[in-house]
Design a binder for this molecule. Structure first.
Ligand code: FO1
Length: 315
């Protein structure tokens, strides 16, 4: 089994590359839940849904969130009725999240809900929310106060100054047996090129997950979400800066060094390999990590499997 730690866009794009060379059944994904949000009485789990839609071939691959060809009629009516309308939840997407919300009200855990949705949507990989219950990434800003990550990212388009990022409920969340057994039993775990602060950070900061990753770090590799000091996508740079992290491959290595044994950085940054290795003790490899399309992601997926001697076994 090959497992990913995943947030929003970056890691799902890489996973799409893996899907071109091996069967979905061989893949599992432990997904960030700190992007989850209650809006208009509906519980929405964006990062989990991106993976559900990806593996059921429903994903809008232009945006890398939501369902392709979805319509937004309910959102228009909600707006007319005075509900918040800054979060563009499509009609079909809403149906999925209504299902989720009903199950929450019946007392089911995130894990049960994703299992049920996976079955109904014919998902053959294993998608596991990183926590059984709710946690929430919050951003303390200068002008807008303490806001949810989705408000920061979608409502204010990341155009607000960040004072601090924190995860609400981090100390009280529980993890499922599926998270434990997946980390223990996977042959390879890939920390994907998602935002280290708000996508991967919440997963690896759950204490029990952190301990398990440290215990199994020999089979864990991380892919840098940065090329030079530029993020492949999203607000990674400003979020890393706000956390006092250097937004460079070295900063990524420092952040992940306790949770993995190997870091893959971009070929353009290969002159940094020795310096990062010497400072962090990680094995550092370089590859073409910028993927413009699924073919690029597939190429990276092949290289990773070959580097770990897993290509012949899985492909
Ligand atoms: N991202 C946006 O930039 N704008 C949106 O209106 C938006 C709506 C949305 C609805 C459902 C969903 O599952 C995801 C959605 N996203 C939207 C993506 C999401 O905000 C983030 O990209 C992830 O949470 C970051 O990982």
């Amino acid at each position: 089994m090959i497992t990913f730690l995943s947030g929003g866009t970056g890691t799902p794009k890489l996973i799409q590359g893996f899907r071109t060379i091996l069967r979905d059944e061989k893949l599992s994904v432990i997904v960030n839940t700190a992007d989850d949000i209650w809006l208009s009485g509906i519980y929405i789990s964006p990062d989990v849904d991106t993976l559900l839609y990806l593996f059921s071939d429903l994903l809008d691959e232009n945006k890398y969130w939501g369902i392709k060809d979805d319509t937004f009629n309910t959102l228009k009516m909600l707006q007319l009725l005075g509900f918040p309308s800054w979060f563009n939840l499509g009609d079909q997407d809403l149906a999925v999240n209504l299902f989720r919300t009903q199950m929450i009200h019946k007392g089911h855990s995130q894990e049960d809900i994703v299992k049920a949705l996976s079955k109904l949507l014919n998902v053959r990989s294993t998608i596991i929310p990183c926590t059984k219950n709710h946690m929430e990434c919050r951003i303390i800003t200068e002008k807008k106060g303490d806001i949810h990550f989705q408000e920061f990212w979608v409502k204010y388009k990341a155009k607000v100054n960040i004072k601090q990022v924190y995860i609400k409920n981090l100390e009280s969340v529980e993890i499922s047996d599926a998270v434990r057994s997946t980390i223990k039993n996977s042959e390879l775990i890939i920390i994907g090129p998602s935002n280290p602060v708000t996508s991967i950070g919440p997963i690896i900061r759950v204490r029990e997950i952190a301990d398990l990753l440290k215990e199994h770090k020999n089979k864990i590799i991380a892919i840098s979400p940065l090329i030079g000091n530029k993020p492949i996508s999203g607000p990674t740079k400003m979020l890393m800066k706000s956390e006092g992290m250097e937004s460079t491959p070295m900063g990524i290595a420092e952040f992940y060094k306790d949770y993995c044994s190997c870091l893959i950085i971009d070929n353009k940054d290969s002159d940094m390999i020795n310096q990062i290795q010497n400072k962090t003790g990680l094995e550092v490899l370089s590859e073409e990590i910028l993927f413009r399309d699924t073919q690029d992601a597939s190429r990276l997926a092949c290289s990773i499997l070959k580097r770990r001697d897993l290509y012949d076994k899985y492909v």
